[in-house]
Design a protein around this ligand. Structure first.
Ligand code: 13P
Length: 256
């Protein structure tokens, strides 16, 4: 493995108090001491970005969304420019929970991706099929999302970008996809991106997300398993021991 793996903690709408958020960030930070082969990103909810961000040194800070305008009458939204004042480096966009509960369309996600790139953030675009389906249908679903979300976004513009493959049926269910399934999706995603960008070589990292735990993490990143470039972790990222386990177990896999 030449490139560093990337493990992103998506805290979603957790925890429920600033004190808990800071404590969680501190515990994770402590557990990252000595970790080498893995870059870690923590994405807390907006109200805790600043306080949790202050507790991070080894881990980078991520946001879970952004709005494409810089300032103005957009009730409830948080703009890329506002996020620029914090230490945010990564932004998760297109998460299935936003697609499902907030009706985010590929056009909306596309605007956000473009704004994130323009602002200098690293976009982490989440895609994935809704339910278990045939290879043909799964390919079609990924193609629809990727071509819509990345419409007008060149390979050069997305050169720092990351794709997170998260099959919706594996999120929060405790039933992760198999590393083999993740590898199949990885192949499809690379092939779709190659087609969109008219290139043979796609170097965009692809992460796996969906019920990742300390016990199954290594299999997703090992070259004999899923061969993914990292993971996007939900539930397990709220338990410091479990999350550190994910980071450490995948890190040891890649030590040469
Ligand atoms: P879980 O790890 O809780 O399945 O969530 C995955 C996810 O949605 C991360 O963005």
């Amino acid at each position: 493995m030449t490139k560093k793996l990337l493990v992103i903690a998506n805290w979603k709408m957790n925890p429920d108090s600033p004190g808990r958020a800071v404590r969680l960030a501190k515990e994770v930070e402590k557990g990252l001491r000595g970790v080498k082969n893995v870059s870690v990103v923590i994405a807390p909810p907006y109200p805790f970005l600043e306080s949790a961000g202050r507790a991070l040194k080894r881990a980078k800070l991520g946001a879970q969304d952004l709005f494409w305008q810089n300032v103005g009458p957009y009730t409830g939204e948080v703009s890329w420019r506002q996020l620029k004042h914090l230490k945010v480096k990564y932004v998760i966009l297109g998460h299935s929970e936003r697609r499902i509960h907030l009706g985010e369309t590929d056009q909306v996600i596309n605007k956000k991706i473009k704004a994130a790139i323009k602002a200098g953030f690293i976009p982490v675009l989440a895609v994935g099929e809704q339910k278990r389906m045939s290879n043909k249908k799964m390919h079609r679903a990924l193609l629809r999302q990727l071509s819509g979300d990345l419409a007008g976004v060149s390979a050069r513009a997305f050169r720092k970008g990351v794709i997170a493959y998260e099959p919706v049926w594996a999120i929060g269910t405790g039933l992760s996809a198999t590393p083999r399934h993740a590898k199949k999706a990885l192949g499809m995603i690379k092939e779709i991106l190659a087609g969109l960008w008219k290139t043979k070589k796609v170097s965009t990292p692809v992460l796996y997300g969906g019920s990742v735990k300390a016990g199954n993490a290594a299999a997703f990143v090992s070259t004999k398993g899923g061969a993914m470039q990292g993971m996007l972790v939900g539930g397990a990222s709220l338990k410091p021991k479990e999350f550190i386990g994910i980071v450490r177990n995948s890190s040891s896999i890649n030590v040469k």
